[in-house]
Ligand binder design. Structure first.
Ligand code: ADP
Ligand code: ADP
Length: 602
């Protein structure tokens, strides 16, 4: 069986003379296999006639086409196809009441599609997309004898009330001038408002309007309004974007508390491994080819599911989903020998902004070094970065980069791309500014696999795509110092780890230095050589420590959060300990919050 998928946004048959149609060997023999569809003016591929030779893929200058071969048996498991020559989803997870089901997998494999199907937003068409009106009874019939049959029967009968937090909250609420209190109370159907307000610390925002909120605040409000609903099904897509570690833990606890509603189904999509692990009881893995097809795995226990995903092999299905496994080390990663030569040092700095005060302890950074920055939102991390970059001047002390005339490249937390600019135009502008060669640029662009996005407009990209472009843009600029704020937002686990590797490599290659603000604790361990930890009172006072060794920094930071990590015996991946459990108490006592491992034999 073949699946041919065409990315309409990339395909420009007028510019390439429809080379896919011209060069198709089946077309040449007179069998009309690929042709320009009169309705869309784009190529249409008849999958049943296609032999999968791959010539059209090679001839397409825009990389708009994908053709893959899949086992015939899979077809009976097709749940949904968006249309002809578009993404195909196979199988569905089986939600169970009273358990949190976590979905894990690369971006573009159908996790959001699954949530939309389970919420009733999309009625699955079982791959028969020619039918205009999808008939619900066919869906119920398809799942005969399984728990999904009961689920869909109840959903379609209106017996399952759903509460859904979508991935993108910014567009949804930013234009609205409704008050937070009105917004949350409007969706509250049982007496949970005060509980949720306390759990997510929303009192300070209660009278604010939605369009005044930052991304992190909006995220908490969106989660609150999802959790106060008296629903039978809670679907929560990427709850941690823009949240700091303290807020992530609070959100995770709130979502877990929904389990007390014994009859509720709870399904989440999350890329912060520590949070996903903490939240979920069971896991389904989505695998396939992003943008082309996705398959939902069987249900695994949370530990074995995440381990299988990291190892790249699903034992129940006997399927290898990745060539290499993702490895963790028990000890802090050895610094890849940042040079002894320091890039610069800074002295004590102080700055007052309105009612907020920041103090910065002295420090220094070496060439090739990546300093991770950890701390709650509103504690002054961005202000610190601006002080270092010389974008604002301190009231006491000196901004080091201003008087040393160091070049700084900055990726902000919130991305607002220029309108009407393609990815290629964006990169061309950056290349034009550079004095050095393009070799790093090409390597970076290959590494991030972003060439296919060249003709897309920046404002049309998904959150993850835009994040990759913004990071590439930041690293492509010739600078002495790179300031990268929350690079992981909207990226999947594999992209996060790839990115960590790439940031380290480029900083070493350039003999530059980097400061990276990051809230995914496991990623910080991958990315940083040393850590600056912020303490104080958010929105009132922030103190930035001098850079510390990774182990000391993690212990210092996690002590303020109050969480400890143990290691999974098989994969050595960090797992959050249950509060008050034996290891949690032991590790807190000996002050080893993160780099702790007991061998099975011991
Ligand atoms: P994930 O949540 O795993 O990132 P999604 O479910 O959002 O994946 O998307 C899976 C694929 O389906 C993507 O390639 C996406 O472009 C495609 N897709 C999503 N919505 C539509 C749609 N309405 N029409 C066509 N393709 C779509
Ligand atoms: P973080 O990056 O840790 O979230 P920020 O550095 O963005 O924190 O902000 C710290 C505090 O300083 C916040 O309370 C913010 O509202 C305040 N602040 C930032 N810039 C200004 C400014 N120009 N005027 C007044 N207050 C500001």
């Amino acid at each position: 069986m073949r699946i041919a998928v065409l990315d309409h946004s990339l395909c420009k048959p007028k510019d390439c003379g429809a080379s896919c149609v011209k060069f198709c060997p089946k077309n040449k023999t007179g069998v009309k296999t690929i042709f320009i569809d009169e309705n869309t003016n784009k190529p249409k591929i008849i999958e049943s006639l296609c032999v999968g030779c791959g010539i059209c893929i090679k001839k397409c200058p825009f990389r708009a086409l994908e053709v893959v071969n899949l086992p015939e048996e899979l077809e009976e498991n097709c749940i949904h196809r968006y249309g002809p020559n578009s993404f195909k989803l196979y199988k569905l997870p089986i939600p169970r009441t009273g358990l949190v089901l976590g979905l894990i997998g690369p971006n573009g494999t159908g996790k959001t599609t699954v949530l939309q199907i389970l919420s009733g937003e999309i009625i699955p068409n079982l791959g028969v997309y020619d039918v205009n009106n999808v008939e619900k009874y066919k869906v119920i019939e398809h799942f005969k004898g399984t728990e999904l049959q009961t689920y869909f029967r109840r959903l379609f009968n209106g017996d399952l009330k759903t509460s859904y937090k979508p991935q993108n909250i910014i567009d949804l609420h930013l234009s609205s001038n409704i008050k937070v209190s009105d917004f949350i109370e409007a969706s509250a159907e049982y007496n949970a408002v005060n509980k949720v307000k306390d759990a997510l610390n929303l009192s300070g925002l209660w009278n604010h309007k939605l369009n005044e909120l930052s991304g992190g605040e909006l995220q908490r409000v969106a989660i609150a309004s999802t959790c106060v609903k008296d629903a039978h099904v809670y679907l929560i897509d990427e709850p941690t974007s823009y949240l700091d570690v303290y807020e992530r833990i609070k959100v995770a606890k709130l979502i877990r508390s929904l389990v007390s509603k014994k009859e509720a189904y709870i399904i989440i999509v999350e890329h912060d491994l520590a949070v996903l692990d903490y939240l979920s009881d069971v896991i389904c893995i989505l695998y396939g080819k992003p943008g082309v097809y996705g398959i939902v795995s069987n249900t695994y226990g949370v530990r074995s599911g995440i381990n299988a995903y990291l190892e790249g092999y699903l034992p129940i299905e006997n399927v290898q989903i990745r060539k290499e496994s993702i490895q963790f080390t028990i000890h802090p990663p050895a610094p890849e020998k940042p040079s002894e030569r320091k890039t610069f040092q800074w002295g004590f700095m102080k700055k007052i902004l309105g009612t907020f005060r920041i103090e910065v302890e002295p420090g220094q950074i070496s060439r090739g070094e990546v300093v991770g920055i950890l701390g709650p939102n509103g504690i002054g991390k961005t202000t610190f970065i601006k002080l270092i970059a010389g974008l604002i001047q301190p009231d006491e002390g000196y901004s080091p980069t201003s008087y040393l005339k160091l070049r700084v490249s900055y990726k902000p937390q919130y991305l607002s791309p220029p309108k009407n600019m393609t990815v290629k135009e964006f990169f061309d502008l950056i290349f034009k500014e550079q004095t050095s060669s393009h070799s790093i640029g090409n390597e970076l662009i290959d590494f991030l696999d972003i060439r296919t996005l060249y003709n897309r407009k920046l404002e049309e990209l998904s959150g993850g795509e835009l994040q990759k472009i913004a990071i590439a843009g930041c690293l492509l600029r010739d600078a002495h110092i790179y300031l990268i704020d929350e690079p992981s937002a909207f990226l999947d686990i594999e992209q996060r780890l790839l990115l960590a590797k790439m940031i380290r490599k480029i900083i070493l290659m350039r003999e530059a230095s980097a400061f990276v603000v990051e809230h995914d604790v496991i990623l910080v361990d991958f990315i940083a050589d040393s850590l600056i930890v912020f303490t104080g009172f958010p929105n009132i006072f922030g103190l930035a420590s001098s850079p510390m060794k990774l182990r000391n920094g993690m212990n210092h930071f996690l002590k303020t959060v109050g969480i400890t990590f143990r290691r999974d015996k098989k994969t050595k991946r960090p797992r959050v300990n249950k509060e008050g459990a034996y290891l949690d108490r032991l590790q807190k006592k000996i002050g080893e919050y993160y780099y702790f491992f007991i061998d099975e034999e011991e």
